[in-house]
Structure formats: structure tokens, C-alpha cells
Design a protein around this ligand. Structure first.
Ligand code: GDP
Length: 647
């Protein structure tokens, strides 16, 4: 993030922010200087706190926590009613580790309870016995090597670049151990270390970010000079920007004859990447990954960018990191590659990651060497997992085995609850009951419509409905134009939402998936029908007595224009049984085109009352001739169903 952007965000003048940053020891040149995410977060926190301090009237006063005896982690967790897992993560921010049964040191306790809105009141007895730790015992953070991810369009040379960096920066002694990949490697340039994540791609920020982990400090965007900016180049830029990761551009394949670097730079500038020579601040380096040209320059640019970011870590705290890769080895058991992001990981440490935990039995670095300890930004192979971890999971050292097990149990319970919640699905029919029983305070909807116009109208109508009804919130979790897809059904299933389709028809496969996932799909043609039904359902008045029943579907395979009669659809019955008295709807690419009645149904020129699946027939539609090949004719009728009691 640039300084001026942060100033805008915080609604303070840029000059004031620069003054403040310099006062805090964060060096910035001007309003265009880039700030890394952690600094941005920190500054935001400090300034908002400052603002709050000034306007204390909105700030809730701290609650008092009476302390007669220093609590241990477990006691504090039950006293504050906050999960151990959460408290532990907070404690780690202050860089100290305790055993679950040991008293929490008082300086940490003070920081910790403040986070949860408390201040401590010590009893006199305890005050005399407490050993108040001195401030200078807290170790300062030091600079750490940057972690780099390579991104870009397919075939632009990402893998070649990673290989070339790896090969040219390995000393002779290291070559032997270098064959095995562990998900990342560390190189040295002018005595400064840089870490590269081994698999190219923006999953490094997208998937891991979804789990709340920041995996990378800088992105190197590879763009082939002969091919230029391509769709995945743009996608990669957007993903890096969304994750707030600065980009360095590597213009690759400059050995080729058909390159156009000027055009490439111009195209990149449209996406906010302007090279320094053009007055911007994006570092761009021309390279040939294949011929090893410009690689040193690229590494220098990375070092420079890293210096500007002032990346910091504290090697004296317990390690935190991410799982990069996992594998099962016949001899050694479960092996996971861990990228240590902060702190130091040591043989003998207990740890938790996702639903797995363990004790470090051995550590191997990216050069294949056994080590006892791994500091910030080191990729290491770890042996000692009790259960298979998942790549992308957050990894954290914990004080002891006991705490690891308790936290994993806590997480497993949460996971189990999620699954139980999943099996009870919401539908408009059971809505009132769910609300009444207190199981539901939010009605989640996924909206799919035929056109943008209808989507806007639908959203508008639902918004109004929200205002009228205060007991239950209506939350549109996804809205889009087009037919209902499997992804929509899975999203609805995962989040207990109802799918609302407007002027569309899901195909049979989707209907099947929805049925097995117990996802309620409601289809409408008139907005007010939908609004009325939701209203009725919220009040418990919805008692459907009549249900639509799809008898069969036919696909149009030929079109005959018959003078005086009209257009006849030469069709093949795909499923069910169609009959002349049914209603018909015409569906084209999942969209509802027309609804009406059959005018004629024939088999081999003979009138037919019914036609079964697997047979061909000719279908005429009353007052409708505008059919097309591949249109689906859905035959449906209504049938009475048992009155469902809702309240
Ligand atoms: P990725 O899909 O981005 O990982 O691309 P690769 O690294 O697999 O490279 C795709 C193709 O481009 C391969 O045939 C490489 O040999 C070739 N290539 C990569 N870098 C260069 C380069 O600097 N010059 C030339 N001429 N070809 C390159």
C-alpha cells in the first residue's frame, strides 16, 4: 500500500502520516513510498487507537479482572470464556511461551487481558510476591529474508526461472542434497538470503489467504517479452494486489527476436505497474531464464524491494509458519515441509497445525542437511506429525503436548459441530419452525436470474423486505446472472442457503445434486410471488397444497414449418413421459423462454396421447412458433400434496 492511499484510508493528511511514520522509525521517502501489509495494519491500529483516545466517549471502559493468584492458560481461558486456541495465538504475539500448567508471567497477562477489554486488579498479597519482568527482557525483532512467489501466464517461463535461480545459486558442496524438493528453497545473494516458494502460481496468496495465512512477501510476475500481457498475467496482478503483496516484473525471453518490450510496459502500466524509468515505482528487470541472463539483476531487485519493506521477525520466539507440502514416507512416516515465518523452530518442540499436532523429531533444510534449529524464513522438512497435516495450514509451536491435545480436541469439536449443522438444511417450508425454535436468525439466499436487470430488481425488492422484517436478517450470500451451477449448490449446502432462481430452470443433473445435498431450490417467474412467499414463510403462513410436477422433458432435434399449422418441433423424449394435456415450458440454455400448452402431439403423423422416454415425436405448441434446435420442452402438471404443518 502506498503512503497516500493509507492516508486516504485513515482520513488524515499525507504530510501528517509521513511525519508520524518517521517519528515511529518507519523510513518513507514520499507519498508514493510503499508500506508492507504488517506496517499498514500496525499503523492503522495505532492511529485508530489514538483517534479513539481523543474521543473517549465511544470507548467502553476496561472491565476489572480481580487476581488473587496468577492463572495458568487453562484457568484464564475459562475465566475469560475464550478458547485456548485463541488465547494461545494472542500470547504468541507477545513472543513468550509458557507451559499450560504454569502461571502466565504478569507482564504478558497484563497485555493479554487488555486485548479482551480487561484491566487487572491485583490483591495486595500477590502484588508483593510478583516478579514484574523488566521491559528490556523483551527481545527486539530483526530483519528477515523475504519470501518470494513467482506468478504469471502459462508458458511465460516461471518454472525455468525457478530452476535457473536454484541452479546458479548453489555451491558445489550443496549440489548433492539439492535434488529433493521441499516446497521452497533459500539462496544467498551478496550475503543476503532470499526464499523462493517452489511451485509457481497465485494459490500461494489466494488459498492460503482464505485460511488467514499470509504466505509471501513479494511476487515476481514473469511476462514473456514475445507474448506480452495475457489473461493469467492480469489475473495474477489482481490476486497479488488483493493480497497487498508488492510486485516485481521479470520481463522474460529477451533472447527471442520477436519481442516488444515497449508495448509490454505500456500494457502493464494499464494495471498500475509503471516502471521506474517511466516515473513509476515498479521494479522491472529484463531476463532470459533459459540463458541465465539478468538473473543476478533480478535477485538484486528483490533484495532492494525487501529492504524497502523492512521485513521483521523475532528468532527468539516460538515458531509460526505454514505447511507447504506433505508426504508419507515408508520409513520415516509423515513428512511435512514447513516454511517458518517467524520465530525459531527447534527439534523437540511441540506443535499444532490444522487438526494435526506432533513433536519435532528431526529437521532437514532445503540443502538436505539435518539441523537442530530453523530461524525465520527457513523452509524445513519436519518429521514428527502424529496425523497428516494439510498443505496451506497454519503451523504453530505450543508449550507442551497437553496443550496441543486440548486445542486439537477443541478444533475437532468445532469441526464436528459444523458437520452436524450441515445436515439440517434450511428450506422455505421449514423456515418458520427453525426461527421459532431459535435455530435460525438469518435467512441466507443465493440468487440466480436470467438477466442483470432482473437480478437488480430482485435484490432491490429483497432489500425492502429486510427493512420490514426485523426478527430475521436476510443475507444474500451470492448473486449472479445465469443458470444454477454445481458451485451454487455446493455453496448453498456449505452455508445453509436457499437458492432462488428467477426465470431460469436448473438442468436435471443440478436438481439431482441439490436433492442429495438437501438444498432447497425455489424457482419464480414473478418477483412478487417470491417476496410474498418469503413473507409468508417468515410468518409461518406458507402451506403449499399444490406442487408442480415435471412429467418429462424432450429435446428439439428438428424443426418443420408446416403451412397453416405452424412450426412443429421434431423432438426426442429425454426422460419421463409427456402427454398432450400437460403444460409446456420452452427452455433455451437454461433460460425460460415461453410457457403454454401443447397444440399437438404426434408419432409418425398419428396423434398420440402420451410419448415415453427414448421415443421421437412431433410437438406443436399453442401460439408459439419461435423454437430453436436443442431447446428443451419441459412437460409439467400440478398435483396435490399433503398439507405440511409449519407451525
Ligand atoms: P511456465 O509455464 O511459466 O512455468 O513456463 P516454463 O518455464 O515451463 O517455460 C515454457 C517454455 O518457455 C519452455 O519451453 C521454456 O524452455 C521456454 N522458456 C522459458 N524461459 C525462456 C527464455 O528466457 N527464453 C526462451 N527462448 N525460452 C524460454
Amino acid at each position: 500500500m502506498r503512503v497516500y492511499e493509507l492516508a486516504e484510508d485513515l482520513k488524515i493528511p499525507t504530510k501528517e502520516l509521513i511525519w508520524f511514520l518517521n517519528k515511529e522509525g518507519i523510513k518513507v521517502k514520499n507519498h508514493m513510498s510503499t508500506l508492507d501489509k504488517d506496517t499498514v495494519e500496525l499503523i492503522k491500529e495505532v492511529i485508530t487507537m489514538d483517534k479513539k483516545k481523543k474521543g473517549t466517549e465511544n470507548k467502553p471502559p476496561l472491565k476489572v479482572l480481580e487476581i488473587n493468584k496468577l492463572p495458568n492458560l487453562k484457568e484464564l481461558s475459562s475465566q475469560l470464556k475464550i478458547s485456548l486456541s485463541e488465547i494461545l495465538q494472542k500470547i504468541m504475539q507477545f513472543g513468550t511461551i509458557t507451559s499450560i500448567d504454569k502461571e502466565i508471567p504478569v507482564n504478558i497477562l497484563q497485555h493479554l487481558v487488555k486485548e479482551y477489554g480487561y484491566k487487572i486488579k491485583f490483591s495486595v498479597k500477590i502484588k508483593n510476591s510478583i516478579n514484574f519482568q523488566k521491559k528490556d527482557e523483551i527481545v527486539k525483532s530483526i530483519s528477515k529474508p523475504p519470501i518470494i512467489t513467482i506468478i504469471g501466464h502459462v508458458d511465460h517461463g516461471k518454472t525455468t526461472l525457478l530452476d535457473s535461480i536454484r541452479k546458479t545459486n548453489v555451491t558445489k558442496e550443496e549440489v548433492g542434497g539439492i535434488t529433493q524438493r521441499i516446497g521452497a528453497y533459500q539462496i544467498k545473494i551478496d550475503n543476503k538470503k532470499i526464499v523462493f516458494i517452489d511451485t509457481p502460481g497465485h494459490e500461494a496468496f489466494t488459498t492460503m489467504r482464505a485460511r488467514g495465512v499470509k504466505a509471501t512477501d513479494i511476487a515476481v510476475l514473469v511476462v514473456a517479452a514475445d507474448d506480452g500481457v495475457m489473461p493469467q498475467t492480469i489475473e495474477a496482478i489482481n490476486h497479488a494486489k488483493a493480497a497487498n503483496v508488492p510486485i516485481i516484473v521479470a520481463i522474460n525471453k529477451i533472447d527471442k527476436s520477436n519481442t516488444n518490450i515497449e508495448k509490454l510496459k505500456k500494457d502493464l502500466s494499464k494495471y498500475g505497474l509503471v516502471s521506474e524509468e517511466w516515473g513509476g515505482d515498479t521494479l522491472m528487470v529484463e531476463i532470459s531464464a533459459l540463458q541465465n541472463k539478468g538473473i543476478k539483476k533480478l535477485l538484486e531487485a528483490i533484495s532492494l524491494q525487501a529492504e524497502m519493506l523492512e521485513l521483521k521477525a523475532n528468532p527468539n520466539t516460538p515458531a509460526k509458519g505454514i505447511i507447504l507440502e506433505t508426504k508419507l514416507d515408508k520409513k520415516r512416516g509423515i513428512i511435512g515441509s514447513v516454511l517458518v515465518q517467524d520465530g525459531s523452530l527447534k527439534v523437540g518442540n511441540y506443535f499444532i497445525t490444522g487438526l494435526s499436532y506432533g513433536k519435532i523429531r528431526s529437521l532437514t533444510n532445503d540443502k538436505g542437511k539435518n539441523i537442530k534449529e530453523a530461524g525465520p524464513s527457513s523452509p524445513v522438512e519436519v518429521v514428527g506429525f502424529y496425523k497428516m497435516p494439510q498443505a496451506g495450514d497454519y503451523f504453530q509451536v505450543v508449550p507442551d503436548d497437553k496443550l496441543a491435545k486440548i486445542i486439537i480436541n477443541e478444533r475437532e469439536d468445532e469441526e464436528r459441530n459444523k458437520i452436524i449443522e450441515k445436515s439440517s438444511k434450511v428450506s422455505l417450508d421449514n423456515l418458520f419452525l427453525e426461527i421459532k425454535e431459535g435455530n435460525l436468525d438469518k435467512l441466507k439466499l443465493i440468487l440466480k436470474t436470467d438477466f442483470q436487470g432482473s437480478l437488480d430488481a430482485l435484490q432491490e425488492a429483497i432489500k425492502k423486505l429486510k427493512i420490514e422484517n426485523e426478527t430475521v436478517k436476510i443475507d444474500i450470500i451470492h448473486a449472479g446472472v445465469g443458470n444454477i451451477t454445481e458451485t451454487d449448490v455446493m455453496l448453498a449446502s456449505a452455508s445453509d442457503a436457499i437458492i432462488i432462481g428467477f426465470n431460469i430452470r436448473p438442468d436435471l443433473n443440478i436438481q439431482k445434486i441439490a436433492k442429495s445435498e438437501k438444498v432447497n431450490i425455489r424457482l419464480y417467474k414473478i418477483i412478487y410471488d417470491l417476496i410474498d412467499e418469503i413473507k409468508a414463510a417468515l410468518k409461518g403462513y406458507l402451506k403449499p397444497k399444490i406442487e408442480e410436477y415435471v412429467c418429462g422433458q424432450a429435446e428439439i432435434r428438428e424443426i418443420y414449418k408446416i403451412p397453416k399449422v405452424g412450426t412443429i418441433a421434431g423432438s426426442y423424449v429425454l426422460n419421463g413421459k409427456i402427454s398432450k394435456n400437460d403444460n409446456i415450458r420452452v427452455i433455451r440454455d437454461g433460460k425460460l423462454i415461453y410457457e403454454g400448452k401443447a397444440a399437438s402431439l404426434k408419432r409418425f403423423k398419428e396423434d398420440a396421447r402420451e410419448v415415453n422416454a427414448g421415443f421421437e415425436c412431433g410437438i406443436g405448441i399453442e401460439k408459439f412458433n419461435d423454437i430453436k434446435l436443442k431447446d428443451i420442452l419441459e412437460f409439467y402438471t400440478f398435483r396435490e400434496i399433503n398439507d405440511k404443518k409449519i407451525n
